[in-house]
Design a protein around this ligand. Structure first.
Ligand code: NDP
Ligand code: BG6
Length: 486
């Protein structure tokens, strides 16, 4: 744990992210007793909100023990001020100094969490630098995505922030890196002798990384329309998962060595082709209960912004050459699910070709309901010689009693407090990801590609399944998972 006191400043504290993710994560750390004894939490935003109202707004959204919520509420403060005026930050700093002066420990550390739109990242970063840096402890800044909208804007943002902060003080958050199963990827791959020898084009047929949400843009249409699903989810969350699945073993487990491998892998990714892309946009649900994307306030009626994308990537290195990585993400689909699905080749000289020929699959379900399961073929029990699909199943909820997994943001904020960069995004990693996606995004925009319509609550555009089939993914039929009864 960090030495000294802790002041957490949430910039954009009146917003959605702050209420839904940032404060609940800080509360989670508080409940687990992981914050220093002397901690205060300041919200900063333009809106004028009386302290009582602010505390009520934040605590009403927290889940947990009522007494803990009440105690936590008393650590919360709120200050309203402009983002673009030096005097506003100076005034705020006086308040922070006064609050910290009441602490017994005189090393005052400050963590700044930018829960603000990207258009004001740099302005706010300058304000922090000029007025709010701690004089007696460390100051660290957590930056939320999106980090730019293409290579040029991302480089500009990186350069502007570099003028103000050293890389060691900047924490670019991709909350997928804080998810339990995403962290498990490296252990599954590199700690198990049964997997590593199979992890290549010799044995693997295809790898699918899928993100599905069963909700639409829900009032975030204004933000979403200028980004689209590729920038919102694929370029960051899915690319991070892809990197961990496909990178070579790192030299060590240090952040530097792991990121070096991720960067090396991303540099081997072939330029994605439009012929291997399907875009979609959701319309209202079949029963008319859920509105379509174009009905969302703030979305232009003729918007071509995709809410669904499936793109096949190929990696030009000895391990993966020719193997499709099918990255798929979409909103307003039939279910919420994020998973990695590794489909294996059939054994050479397959002896049972008159029967079920489904391929083995290793599935790592990131959410909901963390699980790792291996689908395989076994003999159907009894007086027969039939083959049947079954699974080796590690469902966390069954395997681990009283499972209480921390939220991804909880883990990441804790790592920032500890000064651990392992689960944060490095600038060159970001740069190379944008090098992959920028030409694709430009081609989509220049060609004015029209996304295929799909109904809210459906599986998405039918062409996406055709694309997966075309590149070699073969869907097993007739598989039924029966959850064991405990
Ligand atoms: P909001 O639109 O709610 O904005 C956050 C804060 O910024 C608000 O409190 C508002 O404060 C201020 N703000 C909004 N617009 C402007 C503007 N034009 N100029 C100056 N200040 C403005 O965003 P979210 O909370 O939804 O998201 C924050 C960031 O986190 C975004 O970059 C988003 O992409 C990212 N994000 C959001 C997620 C979510 O679930 N919502 C999930 C992951 C990331 P005030 O007007 O009071 O000053
Ligand atoms: C955010 C995206 O980064 O991730 C959202 O901006 C998306 O559009 C969210 O809904 C998904 O996060 P999670 O943790 O709910 O899968």
């Amino acid at each position: 744990m960090t030495h000294g006191t802790l002041t957490i400043v949430v910039l954009g504290a009146s917003g959605d992210l702050a209420k839904k993710k940032t404060y609940p994560a800080i509360f989670g750390l508080y409940c687990r007793n992981l914050l220093p004894k002397e901690t205060i939490i300041y919200g900063y935003a333009r809106s004028h909100i009386p302290l009582d109202e602010f505390r009520k707004k934040i605590t009403s959204n927290l889940k947990g023990d009522a007494k803990m919520k009440e105690e936590f509420g008393l650590l919360l403060y709120y200050h309203s001020g402009a983002y673009d005026q030096q005097e506003a930050y100076d005034k705020f700093n006086v308040m922070l100094d006064e609050s910290e002066a009441k602490f017994t420990n005189k090393n005052h550390n400050r963590l700044f969490y930018m829960a603000i739109p990207p258009s004001i990242f740099v302005e706010v970063a300058k304000g922090i630098k000029s007025s709010l840096i701690s004089k007696s402890g460390w100051s660290r800044v957590i930056v939320e995505k999106p980090f730019g909208r293409d290579l040029t804007t991302s480089r500009h943002l990186i350069a502007e922030l570099k003028l103000l902060y050293q890389e060691k003080d900047l924490y670019r958050i991709d909350h997928y890196l804080g998810k339990e199963m995403v962290q498990n990827l490296m252990i599954l791959r590199f700690a198990n002798a049964v997997f590593e020898p199979l992890w290549s084009k010799s044995h693997i047929q295809s790898i699918s990384i899928t993100f599905k949400e069963d909700i639409g843009t829900e009032g975030r249409g204004g933000y979403f329309d200028s980004f689209g699903i590729i920038r919102d989810v694929m370029q960051n969350h899915l690319m991070q998962v892809f990197s961990l699945v496909a990178m070579e073993p790192p030299v060590s487990l240090t952040a530097e060595d792991i990121t070096n491998e991720k960067v090396k892998l991303l540099r081997c990714v072939q330029r994605p082709l439009l012929e291997n892309l399907v875009l979609g946009q959701f319309t209202k649900s079949a029963d008319g209960k859920h509105p379509g994307y174009l009905d969302d306030e703030g979305v232009p009626k003729d918007s071509l912004t995709p809410t669904f994308a499936s793109q096949v990537f190929y990696v030009n290195n000895p391990r993966w050459r020719g193997i499709p990585f099918i990255l798929k993400c979409g909103k307003a689909l039939d279910q919420r699910k994020t998973e990695v699905r590794i489909q294996f080749k059939r054994p050479d000289n397959f002896l049972f070709s008159d029967q079920d020929c489904s391929r083995n699959e290793l599935v790592m379900r990131i959410q909901p309901g963390e699980a790792v399961y291996l689908k395989l073929l076994t003999k159907k029990p009894g007086l027969n010689n039939e083959i049947q699909q079954a699974e080796l199943d590690l469902s966390y909820s069954q395997r681990y009693e009283d499972l209480d997994l921390p939220d991804a943001y909880e883990r990441l904020i804790l790592d920032c407090i500890k000064g651990d960069h392992n689960l944060f995004v490095r600038d060159d990693e970001l740069d190379v990801a944008w090098q992959i996606f920028t030409p694709l995004l430009e081609a989509i925009e220049q060609n004015k590609m029209v996304p295929e319509k799909y109904a809210f609550g459906s599986r998405g555009p039918t062409s996406a399944d055709e694309l997966s089939r075309k590149v070699g993914y073969s869907r097993s039929s007739g598989y039924v998972w029966r959850q064991s009864k405990i």
